[in-house]
Design a protein around this ligand. Structure first.
Ligand SMILES: NC(=O)c1ccc[n+]([C@@H]2O[C@H](COP(=O)([O-])OP(=O)(O)OC[C@H]3O[C@@H](n4cnc5c(N)ncnc54)[C@H](O)[C@@H]3O)[C@@H](O)[C@H]2O)c1
Length: 314
């Protein structure tokens, strides 16, 4: 049995990953300051995990959380492109300085492997599709710039200090525990919660923008593989994690209306600065480097998510 640290373990991806690791029979430490994460996300597993309530920028908190861990899944960050457009300084401080603190504390503690939650936003408006890792990053938001900087640090710690670091560029992840509330909510939970409440979902732009939506279970698998694949094949690398399938927001709306039996129409508003128009992933490198392949595709994931929201919303 090993012990793993999940930073940001009270958030959407982190709390699913914590459950996934527990299900594999290992111990989990969660480090979170509840900036955007929720205590409810940990309720069911509260007696099975070790919770360190603290900030990834605080060396003492990271040191306490890291003790005895085999590897780190670094999920903590302030997500959302619009949030970073409004407050780039705070986004940089948490996302970049926090990541350097996690890396540096891991190095001092002798922890070799760190898996990092990178982002497809790194590709920005690059026209080529699908997006592959040989394309140079082109951040068009502070959030994307933060994530690309972190990838550079991850690679520097691999080359400079011999640590084993792996960056997983998630595309649009969705599934249970993703927060439907607030201005920075992701599109699927926001649409589902509005439709379940009989209210119109809000679409920014014409709804024809498309994304490579990736169900959470694929992301948990990818993290696990990235933590255990031989260093020779994956260390210092950056790779896409998605499904290589695109869906437009209008398509999601259509499917949700059908699955929920709703005829509530969407409201269309101006598109948001910093948002990219289309995003589709090539996932060949993740297959080669860590053996990743998506196992749950959009429709099945959407049905599972709806089931969860029906049971857990309000
Ligand atoms: N959800 C997606 O589609 C997606 C896509 C690409 C990348 N990512 C990245 O994946 C990671 C997880 O995203 P998520 O969707 O679960 O977001 P989330 O907001 O649900 O989770 C982030 C967690 O980090 C915690 N956190 C924030 N600042 C912290 C700090 N200073 N110290 C300690 N904890 C802190 C939050 O409280 C929260 O629990 C993030 O790094 C995000 O940038 C997510």
């Amino acid at each position: 049995m090993s012990k793993y640290l999940v930073t940001g373990g009270a958030g959407f991806i982190g709390c699913n990953l914590a459950r996934y690791i527990l299900d594999k029979g290992h111990d989990v430490v969660v480090l979170d300051n509840f900036a955007t994460g929720k205590r409810e996300n940990l309720t069911e597993i509260a007696d099975k995990i070790e919770l360190v309530e603290g900030d990834i920028r605080d060396r003492d908190a990271v040191e306490r959380a890291i003790e005895g861990c085999t590897a780190i899944f670094h999920e903590a960050a302030l997500g959302s492109v619009p949030r970073s457009m409004e407050d780039p300084v705070t986004s940089h401080d948490v996302n970049v300085n926090g990541t350097v603190m996690v890396l540096e504390t891991a190095r001092a503690a002798g922890i070799k492997r760190v898996v990092f939650a990178a982002s497809s936003s790194a590709y920005g408006e690059r026209a080529e599709s699908p997006k592959h890792e040989a394309m140079a990053p082109m951040p068009i938001s502070p959030y994307a710039a933060n994530k690309v900087s972190c990838e550079a640090y991850m690679q520097a710690y691999a080359s400079g200090y011999g640590m084993e670091t792996v960056c997983l560029r998630y595309f649009n992840v969705f599934g249970p525990h993703q927060d439907p509330e607030g201005a920075y909510a992701a599109v699927i939970p926001a649409f589902v919660s509005r439709l379940l409440a009989g209210q119109s979902p809000v679409v920014f732009g014409d709804g024809e923008q498309s994304r490579d939506f990736c169900y959470i279970e694929n992301v948990c698998n990818a993290n696990w593989l990235a933590a255990h694949a031989p260093a020779e094949t994956c260390s210092g690398k950056v790779m896409n994690v998605a499904c290589n399938a695109k869906t437009s927001l209008n398509q999601i709306l259509g499917q949700l209306q059908e699955l929920l039996g709703s005829d509530v129409k969407a409201i269309y508003e101006d598109e948001r600065a910093g948002d990219v128009k289309h995003s589709l992933a090539d996932v060949a490198l993740a297959k080669e480097a860590i053996g990743y392949e998506p196992v749950i595709f959009f429709e099945e994931g959407l049905q599972k998510s709806i089931d969860w929201y029906r049971e857990n919303l309000g």
